[in-house]
Unconditional design. Structure first.
Ligand SMILES: C[S@@+](CC[C@H](N)C(=O)[O-])C[C@H]1O[C@@H](n2cnc3c(N)ncnc32)[C@H](O)[C@@H]1O
Length: 248
């Protein structure tokens, strides 16, 4: 049978029995052909929207994976740091940047997004496809690390959704997924932390404000609605969380 290059059911099953780092190390070579990579239908309009006439100085792609967003970020920043927990994913990211001739602009860093040690370093921080890996009780720790890492006036840009309609396929599918994941983590060690329905408005707005960000939720960025995704793109909103120039 001809291989599609996509991860097989058994490969995904094996991956799901690891912890997050080990799971992504295994998936890395085929990650870009999996449904987990953030698609260009999201990335293109996002980066088109946030780019400014002058390039940003330093950018951080947090939980960069194989570099789906890093490649865009590297085109609008002088220098980018691509940080991820998984060596396998970072290797793929490095290859992608080499192929695009962008490696000179990118520093690859293995690290935990919950233990950031940067201070006043970045003008822009982005993160895609990883909020489900941040336990809800650690969201504030995650946001505090980003706040510290940004220079005053710098912004954390991301997309998320409001609460989804209760009677919707997405809401049902994500609750079902979370239920299965809770059972998996109850039965099997090490746990694989990945839950949907986290990092959502309006709660995340309150957490951002508590940490000290000025928060702007934009309604004027729209995505191609024909694109089929577990969470329909019409629900996505761009959030711009800015570290004030002067401490409040
Ligand atoms: C679904 S992938 C998304 C990758 C990429 N950002 C994208 O949008 O295609 C999630 C990534 O987050 C990384 N990750 C998960 N938890 C992390 C943590 N605590 N610190 C750093 N990276 C983490 C994983 O290793 C994986 O590469």
């Amino acid at each position: 049978m001809k291989s599609t290059g996509r991860p097989t059911f058994f490969e995904l099953l094996r991956q799901s029995l690891q912890n997050v780092e080990g799971g992504y190390d295994l998936l890395a070579p085929k990650f870009d052909r999996s449904p987990y990579k953030t698609p260009e239908e999201i990335l293109l309009p996002f980066f088109q929207y946030i780019k400014t006439e002058e390039k940003f100085g330093a950018g951080l792609d947090l939980c960069c994976g194989t570099g789906a967003a890093t490649i865009h970020l590297a085109k609008i920043c002088d220098q980018v740091t691509a940080l991820d927990l998984s060596d396998g994913m970072l290797d793929q990211c490095r290859k992608k940047m080499d192929d695009a001739d962008l490696s000179a602009h990118v520093t690859f860093l293995k690290g935990d997004a919950l233990e950031l040690t940067f201070e006043d370093r970045f003008d822009v921080v982005v993160s895609f496809g990883a909020f489900g890996h941040i336990p809800i009780e650690e969201e504030e720790v995650f946001l505090r690390g980003i706040f510290r890492a940004l220079r005053p006036g710098g912004s954390f840009y991301f997309i998320t959704t409001d609460k989804l309609p209760f009677f919707s396929f997405s809401n049902f599918a994500q609750r079902l997924f979370n239920g299965i994941m809770r059972i998996r983590n109850w039965l099997i060690r090490p746990p694989f932390i990945m839950y949907y329905l986290t990092f959502r408005l309006p709660l995340i707005r309150d957490k951002l404000a508590k940490v000290g960000f000025q928060v702007d939720v934009r309604n004027d960025l729209s995505f191609d609605r024909r694109f089929n995704y577990l969470i329909p793109l019409k629900h996505f909103k761009l959030v711009i969380a800015t570290k004030p120039l002067q401490a409040l």
